[in-house]
Structures are given as C-alpha cells and as structure tokens.
Ligand binder design. Structure first.
Ligand SMILES: [Zn+2]
Length: 126
C-alpha cells in the first residue's frame, strides 16, 4: 500500500532510508553503490596497497517545509527517524485512498507495523 507523508514543520526534513531497514521491506533498493578505496598499510612491512570495497549509500527522503510526498512505500514507517517524527507530530502519515474522487484522507494515527508482509508491493511510485 502506498502512503504519503506530510512534513508539518516549516523547515526541511531529511530522512535516510537505510538499506537494512527500508530496502529489504520495500523490495526495491534505491541505494547507490559506492566503491570506496582505502589504502592499507601492512604493519609488518609498511607496504601500502589500495583496497576497494563496496558500500551502500542509502537513498534519502527529503521533505521540504510543509511538503507532502505521495506514493511512498509503507516501509518508510520502519525507519526509526520517521517514526520519531510521526510520534512527535512533525510528520504526518496520510494513507492513500482509492484513486479518483476521494482526496487523500487524513487518517487516524498510523497503525503500528507489526504484521509481516509480503513483497508484492513494488512499483507503486508515481
Ligand atoms: Zn538499498
């Protein structure tokens, strides 16, 4: 189910959608793979050699002041920072009603995400 988040603050809010929290559940990975090269020095010989490894840079969700962002995967609600913001009222969760006549209804507090869900909810972005 797609949801919408509304920033209730008059300032921008940015949330990182961590790979292990968000991507796994959402079934899509928006992370950027970044190759980081470091130089390692052997303590024995003092020899240096480059070593590269992959790192996932999480995608982030940016909400401008009072901006509403629709079509988000509900997995965003698993992100601790987002939950905190929802709890503290700086962010509001709007569930998307059936498209057409009904405008997005501002609903009751978000239901806690407890039930396990399957991953057929992809490509819900607009
Ligand atoms: Zn990811």
């Amino acid at each position: 189910m797609a949801i919408a988040l509304k920033n209730m603050e008059r300032r921008m809010q940015v949330f990182n959608l961590r790979h292990d929290i968000y991507c796994d559940v959402a079934g899509t990975c928006g992370c950027t793979d970044q190759t980081v090269t470091t130089v390692e020095e052997s303590p024995m010989t003092g020899e240096r050699r480059p070593r590269s490894r992959k790192r996932k840079v999480p995608t982030s969700l940016t909400l401008l002041a009072l901006e509403k962002c629709e079509g988000l995967h509900e997995a965003v609600l698993r992100v601790p920072e987002i939950r905190r913001a929802v709890d503290s009222g700086t962010l509001r969760v709007l569930t998307m009603a059936a498209p057409t006549t009904t405008p997005a209804v501002e609903t009751k507090p978000p239901t806690p995400e407890t039930k396990p869900r399957r991953d057929k909810e992809r490509n819900k972005e607009r």
